[in-house]
Design a protein around this ligand. Structure first.
Ligand SMILES: [Fe+2]
Ligand SMILES: [Fe+2]
Length: 358
């Protein structure tokens, strides 16, 4: 499906510094948590695995990976018009998401370092990786004569508070889905080099290994706190986070299908592949996974995609604000019904699969 609603020109808050995109329910979020509760996490039952992961972080496999070379040293003016807008939006969203990870991990590390030094060191080293990722993306934006003021973003964005266990569910999933997103694009472009319109994608192979290691760290950390994975509440929350992460990505990506088309990818097929792989991976640690092959799963997500198009059409109209709100109401109600029904789809228990290689 082609997205026919045109996007506004990127606006600048000062010369060459892009105004951050408006926050919506679908934009990358910034998080904060209960640092005292985080500091009290006792890692002893999974200490060996945590130590092995820390040792691996210290090796720093990608120390020299994120270096811009002559592949970047040319004009990118041929990526113009709508393509350019989509490309800048991709870089901004990715940079914001990586930077959000950096801020959260760095702050956790700083706040717990006296009480829980080993955990603090792990968080410090993953924040090092995220800072590199965000910095590399921000430099890529400069190839399009823009950049993000990350200091301004730090101060101006609102922060969502999650208790530590919810931070673990959410960050685990975002790291693993990040891994599958990057590696799926990389493998596609490896097979179809003519679709590689910009060299940043060539960095995704090593880059995604950082995200995979980060995901493995959160996997090990959750295992060190088995209470957050075992009871009926854990099953309900894991369902909620899986669905939220998958639905958000699906709605975001289908709204930007023209961007994926630029890379020769079909956004629907790409997302379905990433969702299936991430769901499978999550079965290694979560007590349940979603039944993503149930016919209702994508049928209901597609209804949400269609609702999203209706909402954007109302937003683009000249109607007054109260009229717009009224016109949007049926789509909002429908989205809530779809989400509730998706949440109620019977999940697949993974108890028998825990600890196995999938
Ligand atoms: Fe990252
Ligand atoms: Fe990461």
């Amino acid at each position: 499906m082609v997205n026919t609603l045109s996007k506004p020109e990127p606006s600048e808050m000062r010369d060459g510094i892009k105004s951050p995109a408006a926050e919506t329910i679908l934009t990358p979020r910034f998080y904060t948590t209960d640092f005292d509760e985080m500091a009290k996490m006792d890692l002893s039952i999974n200490e060996d695995e945590m130590q092995a992961i820390l040792d691996e972080f210290k090796i720093d496999y990608n120390k020299t990976h994120f270096v811009r070379d002559d592949r970047f040293e040319k004009s990118w003016d041929h990526i113009d018009g709508e393509k350019r807008k989509l490309f800048i939006e991709f870089l901004e969203r990715s940079c914001t998401a990586e930077f959000s990870g950096f801020l959260l991990y760095k702050e956790i590390s700083r706040r717990i370092k006296d009480k829980n030094p080993m955990l603090a060191e792990c968080f410090n080293l993953i924040s090092r990786d995220e800072a590199r990722h965000a910095g590399f993306l921000n430099k890529a934006m400069s190839d399009f004569n823009l950049s993000l003021d990350l200091g301004f973003l730090t101060k101006s964005r609102s922060y969502t508070f999650f208790k530590p266990k919810f931070i673990l569910y959410a960050t685990y999933l975002s790291e693993k889905i990040g891994y599958w997103r990057y590696i799926t694009i990389y493998r596609h472009l490896e097979q179809n080099p003519d679709d590689c319109i910009y060299p940043i994608f060539e960095f995704f192979e090593n880059w995604c290994q950082d995200e995979n290691r980060h995901g493995d760290f959160f996997d090990a950390l959750m295992r060190s706190q088995p209470d957050i994975l075992k009871d009926w509440k854990a099953r309900l929350w894991c369902r909620f986070f899986l669905l939220s992460v998958f639905a958000t990505m699906y709605l975001n990506d289908l709204n930007r299908s023209d961007f994926y088309a630029m890379l020769g990818l079909n956004a629907r097929e790409y997302d379905k592949e990433v969702i299936e792989k991430t769901n499978d991976t999550a079965g290694r640690v979560f007590p349940i996974v979603l039944d993503v092959n149930h016919p209702d799963f994508y049928r209901r997500l597609e209804t949400c995609v269609a609702n999203g198009e209706k909402l954007r059409a109302v937003d683009a109209s000249n109607a007054s604000k109260p009229v717009k709100t009224l016109k949007k109401l049926p789509a909002f109600i429908s989205n809530a019904i779809q989400f509730l029904n998706l949440y109620l789809l019977k999940p697949i228990p993974t108890a028998q699969l825990e600890g196995t290689i999938r």
